[in-house]
Design a protein around this ligand. Structure first.
Ligand SMILES: [Zn+2]
Length: 404
């Protein structure tokens, strides 16, 4: 007989974007949610194990669609240089630490956006990792950028005279989960909205996308500015990363094409909160204006029905793993998303982008009993993501025993 469990939930946010429900009883049967009903004392079966989480929000596991798992969010330029040149032994520990941090924040899947040495891929290949922790990590390995352009820390370039698709085929990596392309520069910290040229032309990028698709791989494109974003969408890239200053025309185009947007707004908030000595040469007014412009774009995306998934760019300057997802959730709410809508972007929508929707899905009767319980009311949830009380994977509580 399948093991049954009863869980009393203070609040349930089911991942669909629908309103928060209060005071419920979840019944689990083996690996699935058998029922979700209003809680009453008489509705509880005395012979079935019971866990009281009336002080917790229950929600689907979180997904961070844009991390750099081999890096930390340090703001120290010396440390950043050191970590980008570190050998695999040191990086392996950092990756393990980052994975533990994700778990502590209820993040059960992340998509890595590149490291120039491919250390993340090597980590993936290690047998030990497969049993390490229940966090799914999707790896791109080293991304691709144009020689002489931005991207050296996280990507490599095609050889002289070689096309992007030819370079991708030459490397012939069978263990990557997706492909990362750098299609523009980064945002100017002093010159508001300054656009950089595209790194790859439409034809070259489209050829790469087709080649990747034949191998069943999605393409994520780092792109800011109207023109680089347009070529990435038209070339068929699956997701636009960052997308600062892409403009409403591109947002509408993405809605039409089904392209997913990962706006990584908290990068700009991190830089905006730094002092001038932390970030020499930056203009705080430009950073704040850039942040506000991205929030307006996100508000427009919501009204245009665009698919948006949440990613933080954790590991980039000032963006720490785990906790930065909480700040991204708050930024989505500043842009006009309700908490359940923001959490949908941070869970179910991200799971679809990563192709892990069989594991992380809306919480409903008949669906997988995979969820997290956070010791917070909805009002405090975004501030208390680290207060994860329990993680259930297919009906099994990970770690400690919470039964009464
Ligand atoms: Zn990134």
């Amino acid at each position: 007989m399948e093991r049954e469990q009863q869980i009393r939930a203070g609040w349930l946010i089911d991942g669909s974007g629908a309103a928060i429900r209060k005071n419920l009883l979840l019944t689990l049967k083996g690996p699935v949610i058998h029922g979700i009903e209003d809680f009453t004392e008489s509705g509880c079966h005395p012979d079935v194990p019971f866990i009281d989480l009336s002080d917790c929000c229950i929600l689907p596991p979180l997904v961070d669609c844009h991390v750099h798992i081999t890096l930390s969010g340090s703001m120290d330029p010396h440390l950043r240089r050191k970590q980008s040149g570190a050998d695999y032994g040191a990086i392996r520990h950092r990756i393990s630490r980052n994975i533990s941090t994700y778990l502590a924040h209820g993040i059960l899947a992340v998509r890595d956006a590149g490291d120039c040495h491919g250390h993340g891929l090597r980590f993936k290949e290690e047998k030990a990792y497969r049993n390490e922790l229940p966090v799914i990590v999707k790896h791109s390995g080293s991304g691709w950028h144009r020689k002489g352009r931005y991207g050296r820390m996280i990507a490599r370039c095609p050889r002289e005279g070689e096309s992007l698709a030819a370079a991708f085929c030459r490397e012939d990596e069978h263990n990557t989960d997706h492909v990362k392309i750098i299609q523009s520069g980064i945002n100017s910290l002093t010159d508001y909205g300054r656009e950089t040229a595209e790194q790859f032309c439409l034809e070259e990028l489209a050829e790469l996308v087709k080649t990747a698709q034949r191998r069943g791989l999605k393409v994520m494109a780092h792109a800011n500015g109207a023109h680089p974003v347009r070529t990435a969408i038209v070339a068929g890239c699956d997701s636009i990363e960052h997308g600062f200053f892409m403009g409403e025309e591109n947002l509408r185009r993405m809605a039409g094409e089904g392209t997913v947007w990962v706006p990584t707004i908290c990068t700009m908030r991190a830089m905006g909160r730094a002092t001038r000595s932390d970030l020499p040469g930056s203009d705080p007014e430009v950073l704040e204006k850039t942040l506000q412009q991205q929030l307006r774009q996100l508000g427009f995306a919501k009204s245009a029905g665009l698919k948006v998934a949440m990613g933080t760019d954790a590991g980039s300057w000032g963006v720490d793993h785990g906790v930065s997802l909480a700040s991204e959730i708050q930024l989505f709410m500043e842009a006009g998303y309700s908490l359940p809508q923001a959490l949908r972007c941070a869970s179910v929508s991200g799971a679809e982008l990563l192709g892990v929707e069989q594991h992380i899905a809306e919480l409903r009767a008949g669906g997988p009993a995979t969820f997290i319980a956070v010791n917070a009311s909805p009002a405090m949830l975004a501030l208390r993501l680290a207060a994860v009380k329990g993680v259930w994977l297919n009906g099994v509580l990970q770690g400690r025993d919470l039964r009464r």
